[in-house]
Ligand binder design. Sequence first.
Ligand code: HEM
Length: 472
Amino acid sequence: DTRKPRNFPPGPKWFPIIGCAWQLRKLHKEKGSLAKATQELATKYGSVVGARIGRERTVFVCGLDVLKEMFRKDELNGRPHDIMSTSRTLGKRRGMGYTDAKFHLEQKKFVMGQLKRTSFRKKVMAHVLEQRVSVIIDELEKKVQSDSVICMTSFFPIHILNTLYFLLTGDKCSSQEMEELFDIMEDFAKNIPLTGTMFGHFPFLRHICPDYCGYNIYVNIHQRILEFVSKRVQVLKKACDSATPDCGFVHPYLMMVNSFEGNGTFSEDQMVATCLDLLIGGFDTSCNAVGFVFLYLILYPDVQRKAQEEIDRVVGRQSPLTLNDRARLQYVECVILESIRLFVGRAFLIPRRALTDATLNGYFIPKDTVIHGNCRLTLLDECAGWKDPKTFYPERFIKNGRISIPDNFTPFGWGRRRCAGEILARANVFLIVASLLQTFNFKPVPGCPPVVDVVEGFTPSVKPFKASITLR
Ligand code: HEM
């Protein structure tokens, strides 16, 4: 329905066919990001902005209280049911991030339960992440001997993908296969925006100009990931007999599929799509989080020094740092939290859908309205209680000598839709950053210091930058 329902949240004027697409596109260009554009609309219309993009009724949620209300309400917990959510998984809605209601609940519960028993168990996770960090340090030590200038945004991603892939699937593929997956994941991060595509808003365009409207690339990249995972699952099936591997959820999932014999929501297709979601949910976000941490550490040398002093005091420089040290490295932990704030504060949550007619902030939200949670106003704005929100100030997370996380800090979402990989993401980012600070100094390259410039992708990333690295 293209008419504005009564008591729908206020927003820009709806034009025939395109709705508000044109105004949004213009504002997006003007402001440099959709997050800034919708923040601007919120100053005019209030914290819930109503719009129509193509045929789709859309709401932008731009404030702490309304975001919390959205988190709380199960009826606003759905995911869009549109061409984007089906064409990514061969025409059927599958996976964890883009399914909803009972199907999503059953699947998420099972997968998270298994991961908590295997990969997210502290001992298992610590072992895998610590091993990888020692590879990173060895590689960086060698590199630094010949050239101290390293591109900070392209060095870590392959390592991050390696641990993610292994922890999530339990599969150790060859380094050649890892490179293959890496290329696809990089394509994904650059080319697929989280907030929607042109063909998503105007589905008919895929028949007219499938390249221009983003349809071909969208389908192609998802298909390549699915094919990769399916191929590896066939190998895993042959390799794993009755023994349960320590990592991933693939093996227990396959057993579940067999025991259900085709009934219920458990199927091999669904498992492969869940791997896809965990990979796309975890790769770009973790890489960008690491990118933001190092950008700010280089721009704020005092913070870097203070973090290193804490590491020297608590762990020393000789013995390798482990996940067990995390609780005692409070300042480093705050550096991570602060970087995640500045990263996700430039992002949106994954789009949602009203499962039934609902209300939000007193407005009417009809069934199937798409809802975008803008994190700028909760993480990067004074109105949510952040003092000097653009300043990198890890101490803001310390109260009376202890870490204190304010309740407006929700970079991983909240409730049923909460991030599936928060435990892993925080452990991984912490270990990479702390271990590297223990071993190296990071400085701007003379003449070309990094700048806080953000590039829109699946999630926002820092503009590629280099650092001059020396052994401590
Ligand atoms: C710093 C890193 C990360 C950040 C900031 C982050 C943030 C988020 C956010 C904001 C959401 C959406 C919540 C909502 O819609 O309300 C989300 C969902 C999700 N994340 Fe993460 N994430 C990170 C790392 C990871 C990792 C490592 C994984 C995989 C292991 C992962 C897997 C997922 C999945 C599957 C969902 C969808 C959950 C659902 O719809 O039920 N994320 N994440």
